[in-house]
Design a binder for this molecule. Structure first.
Ligand code: NAP
Length: 298
């Protein structure tokens, strides 16, 4: 099998890309590759200083890179709205939106708007962001949305009666799995709705396998990073393929081709069966609209 590498990415000059959580890990590596290929890349970050450092790092390798740092905190609907409004005011196209930012297994907490923090940041923030940027994605020819999920979607099974874990004991990994299966439901439902509306926007999902990044906070996970994880660069490859693959169609899922999809060059992989359930995806869409107060008009 031919491997898919950065050599497969054509010149991206004239294309505008947003990468959320682009100051570190997979988002940083994906943003860097796309900038090196000529795209105008917006690093959407929650900390300006970290964003500026990431920008400087990319410029070190490619002084001509077109990079903008813009403040976006996905755990605040107000911040998502401000970011989107500023972007829509200043740009006339959006070719690729990479919904990459994420948190994994934090202690129980809530976002500014009262959402459990993993579902709030990893799914609901990106749902609100995509909805508000959608008019521009719709008017840009051949645009694409990439949602970054995880093999942890296999642990997900959303309890709609208690989506914020208020009446159960919080189980961090389970909650992370719920937010990551939500990424797949969101992509699939978005793809179906766009197809029905006859739009040429594509929505894909990617997962990085296991990559050593800032995501793994505890000592044990950091130890595992050293012995088994692949690099952040390799972790970004499925995201890049999901963003670029000219053969892509909505609902394609990209991940590493190696053992248990944990490492290796990217390819199209199979998500689990539960993540393909259309009834749950529709329910999550309606729930996400209700919780964010946003009518996601296609
Ligand atoms: N690494 C893996 O093995 C792995 C496996 C499966 C899936 N993933 C997924 O890959 C994606 C990227 O993670 P990573 O591994 O690259 O981890 P990372 O290095 O920790 O990067 C996560 C990024 O998200 C940002 N972020 C977190 N909360 C945010 C918020 N409220 N608003 C805006 N940005 C926020 C972080 O910003 P700060 O630097 O300010 O915290 C950081 O830039 C995540 O969706 C994760 O679930 C990773």
């Amino acid at each position: 099998m031919n491997k898919w590498t950065t050599e497969n990415i054509p010149d991206q000059s004239g294309r505008v890309v947003i990468v959320t959580g682009a100051n570190s890990g997979i988002g940083f590596e994906a943003a860097k590759v796309l900038a090196l290929k000529g795209a105008d890349v917006v690093l959407a970050v929650r900390n300006n200083k970290k964003g500026d450092q990431a920008k400087a790092e990319i410029l070190k390798d490619h002084s001509q890179a077109k990079i903008t740092v813009s403040l976006l905190d996905l755990s605040s609907l107000k911040s998502v709205k401000d970011f989107s409004e500023n972007f829509l005011k200043s740009q006339t196209q959006l070719d690729v939106l990479i919904n990459n930012a994420g948190i994994m297994i934090p202690p129980y907490g809530k976002t500014e708007d009262g959402f459990e923090s993993q579902m709030g940041t990893n799914h609901l923030g990106h749902f609100a962001l995509t909805a508000q940027l959608f008019p521009l994605l719709k008017s840009t020819v051949d645009s694409r949305i990439v949602n970054v999920s995880s093999t942890a979607h296999n642990m997900g099974n959303i309890n709609f009666g208690d989506i914020h874990w208020e009446s159960r004991k919080y189980v961090p990994w389970k909650s992370y799995g719920d937010s990551k299966i939500a990424n797949l439901y969101f992509t699939n439902e978005l793809g179906r709705r766009m197809k029905t509306a006859g739009l040429d926007v594509i929505a894909t999902t990617a997962h990085p396998g296991y990559a050593a990044t800032g995501l793994q906070k505890g000592l044990f996970l950091k130890f595992l990073n050293v012995i088994v994880a692949q690099s952040g660069f390799m972790g970004a490859m499925p995201t890049l393929m999901a963003a670029i693959d000219p053969e892509a169609s909505s609902s394609n899922f990209y991940g590493p081709s190696g053992i248990a999809q944990q490492r290796g060059w990217p390819k199209i992989v199979a998500p689990n069966k539960l993540s393909q359930d259309e009834t749950i995806a529709k329910k999550l869409w309606t729930t996400s609209e209700e919780l964010t107060g946003i009518n996601f008009s296609i």
